[in-house]
Design a protein around this ligand. Structure first.
Ligand code: TXA
Ligand code: MG
Length: 327
């Protein structure tokens, strides 16, 4: 059931969380499917609802920096965490050693935990009222496109999630940057709107997971991130201006700006932003992919964007969306 974000409904969500149930709520990035991070049975529900492999860890949300130590071992990382505080609350998740009081199921069986301090006022209020750490992956079925509205969440889970708090459309639109602090050099496991250059300005050199290879001497910090796709059901292909039109019977095209594509033959055209502004592109990306996916097309064509700033994260999601075998 979709509920307005009134204080009364937030208290209802808190009661659900305390009872060990899952509730969906908005964050500045995407909607999350939350549960009490201290209760293995509640966490097992998240994995079951999402159809998520048990080895893929969950992100734990806390309201402020001082609360990270409730879920993670912070002592060796105090300097890094203090330095990163200029980016919090906000779309940055850090991976730290998991505190033994937090169940291993959060970590997909490993010994680290991803922690995030969301800035969205509804997520903040929920965390404050609940006064517990909330584990919340994106509120979509495993490997599907993340939800950026309450309606998307309801479409993913129907009545299986009893409470979806409606906060309108998520302002950032793509998932948080995930940064591991437990690797010899801080490592970006997932690009997001907090960019590599922002992190490097604060922490010094930062490594990128995509630059690590499978023959790398160190174990990969998050194998799931390499294989997980965020894909529409419809086959999706990337395209740049100057490339030929596809041969599919009925296809739609998503462009970065309102400039019409010069290729012909498409059934539907949607643009992600007026002039290719990357923050607007990110905000509209998942909703537009979902819209196209509902049109009964044979193919979705998406124009590539420039890989700079948040464009790195946008292209990461687009490459995954188009990576399914046969695409
Ligand atoms: O923006 C976000 O981060 C959203 C909102 C709801 O906060 N959450 C989100 O969660 O995107 P999820 O579970 O859909 O994606 C988290 C990603 C996964 O790919 C997971 O493998 C990685 O972060 N991750 C989480 N904990 C980790 C850990 N301890 N070590 C390595 N990777 C981790
Ligand atoms: Mg996800």
């Amino acid at each position: 059931m979709i509920l307005d974000a009134t204080e009364e409904n937030l208290l209802r969500a808190v009661a659900e969380l305390r009872a060990g149930n899952c509730v969906a709520f908005p964050t500045e990035t995407v909607y999350g499917l939350g549960a009490d991070a201290r209760r293995p049975s509640a966490l097992a529900r998240i994995y079951a609802l999402k159809g998520r492999p048990p080895t893929n860890p969950l992100i734990v949300h806390v309201p402020e920096l001082s609360r990270i130590s409730e879920v993670a071992e912070t002592a060796p990382y105090t300097a890094h965490l203090e330095a990163l505080s200029t980016l919090w609350p906000g779309p940055l998740t850090v991976v730290l050693p998991r505190k033994s009081s937090i169940p291993a199921i959060v970590s997909g069986g490993g010994d680290t935990v991803g922690v995030r301090i969301p800035s969205h006022p509804i997520a903040q209020r929920l965390l404050q009222l609940a006064d517990i750490p909330i584990a919340a992956p994106s509120a979509n079925r495993s490997k599907r496109v993340s939800p950026t509205t309450a309606l998307h969440v309801a479409q993913e889970f129907g009545e299986n999630v009893s409470c979806v708090i409606d906060g309108g459309a998520c302002p950032v639109g793509i998932e948080s940057t995930v940064l591991s602090l437990v690797t010899p050099l801080p490592t970006i496991l997932r690009p997001g709107s907090v960019t590599a250059s922002q992190l490097e300005a604060i922490l010094g050199p930062v490594q990128h997971l995509s630059s690590l290879t499978l023959s790398s001497p160190q174990p990969l910090p998050s194998p799931g991130l390499l294989t997980e796709h965020y894909a529409p059901r419809t086959t999706t292909k990337l395209w740049s201006r100057g490339e030929p039109a596809p041969t599919a019977a009925r296809w739609g095209i998503i462009t970065q700006s309102t400039e019409p594509p010069e290729i012909r033959g498409y059934s539907i055209h949607r643009s992600l932003s007026p002039g290719g502004e990357l923050h607007v592109v990110a905000r509209n990306l998942f909703a537009t992919l979902r819209f196209m996916d509902d049109q009964g097309l044979d193919l979705i064509v998406v124009e590539r964007c420039r890989e700079e700033g948040i464009g790195v994260a946008i292209m990461d999601r687009l490459k995954r969306a188009s990576a399914r075998e046969g695409n």
